[in-house]
Design a protein around this ligand. Structure first.
Ligand code: E4P
Length: 218
C-alpha cells in the first residue's frame, strides 16, 4: 500500500519524505488555508514546492464547481508539474471533468466520496484515484472501513484500474486496517505514518540490547 501524507505543511512533508517511505501528498483547500497560503501565484508556487520535495503524485484540488471552470483550473494545475494530480469533487460536473481529464491523459483524484455508488461512478469516469473519507464517516457513527471493503470488491469484480486512496485517515489503526482491506493508497497526517514506528517492546528490547552490548568493550 502506498503511503501519502495529507498536509500542505512543508516541514511535515520533509519529515515524512526523509523516512524514505513516502509515496505522495494530498492537499485540499482547508489544508492550504491552514498554512496561511493565499493569492493565486503563492498557491501555485506552493504546489510546485511540494512536487519538488517528493517523488510521487501530489493532489491539487480545484475550487470551481462548474465543468468549464474545472477544466480551465485543472489544466492550469496539471501544467504546473508532471507530478500534479487534479483533485475533483464528487459532483456531476466533477465526474464529467474526470472523464475529460482521463481521456486527455491527465491524472485525477475524485474526492469527498462517501458511498460505494459514488465510487463506482468515479471509476467509470476513469479516475486515477478515488478518495473515500473514512474518518468523516466514522465521525457520524458510520463504518468508514466498510466502504473500503465495498470499493475493493466492486473494483476487483470489474477490473477497474482506479486506485482506492483511503482518505480522512486519523490514526495508525486506520492505516493498518486500510492495508488489511486492500486499499491501494492511504493518505493521513504525519502522526498516522510515524505512529506506525512505535512499540514499547521495540524500545525496551533495544535498550536491553544496547545495555548488554556495553560488555563488548569496543
Ligand atoms: C483527502 O484527500 C482529504 O484531504 C482529507 O483526507 C480529509 O481529511 P479530514 O476528514 O481529516 O479533514
Amino acid at each position: 500500500m502506498k503511503l501519502f501524507i495529507d498536509t500542505a505543511n512543508l516541514k511535515e512533508i520533509k519529515e515524512a519524505q526523509a523516512l524514505g517511505v513516502l509515496d505522495g501528498v494530498t492537499t485540499n483547500p482547508s489544508l492550504m488555508a491552514k498554512e496561511g497560503i493565499n493569492g493565486k501565484d503563492n498557491i501555485l508556487k506552493h504546489y510546485v514546492d511540494i512536487c519538488d520535495m517528493v517523488d510521487g503524485d501530489v493532489s491539487a484540488e480545484v475550487i470551481s464547481t462548474s465543468f468549464d471552470e474545472m477544466i480551465k483550473e485543472g489544466e492550469e494545475l496539471a501544467a504546473l508539474h508532471p507530478q500534479i494530480v487534479v483533485k475533483l469533487p464528487m459532483i456531476g460536473d466533477g465526474i464529467k471533468a474526470c472523464k475529460y481529464f482521463s481521456d486527455n491523459g491527465i491524472k485525477t483524484n475524485v474526492t469527498l466520496v462517501f458511498s460505494a455508488g459514488q465510487a463506482l461512478l468515479a471509476a467509470k469516469a476513469g479516475a486515477t484515484y478515488v478518495s473515500p473519507f473514512l474518518g468523516r464517516l466514522d465521525d457520524i457513527a458510520t463504518d468508514g472501513l466498510h466502504l473500503i471493503s465495498e470499493m475493493r470488491l466492486i473494483y476487483d469484480n470489474y477490473g477497474f484500474k482506479t486506485q482506492i486512496l483511503s482518505a480522512s485517515v486519523r490514526h495508525t489503526m486506520h492505516v493498518v486496517n486500510c492495508a488489511k482491506l486492500g486499499s491501494d493508497v492511504m493518505t493521513g497526517p504525519l502522526s498516522s505514518i510515524v505512529g506506525l514506528l512505535k512499540h514499547p517492546l521495540t524500545d525496551s528490547g533495544l535498550a536491553k540490547f544496547l545495555e548488554d552490548a556495553k560488555s563488548f568493550n569496543l
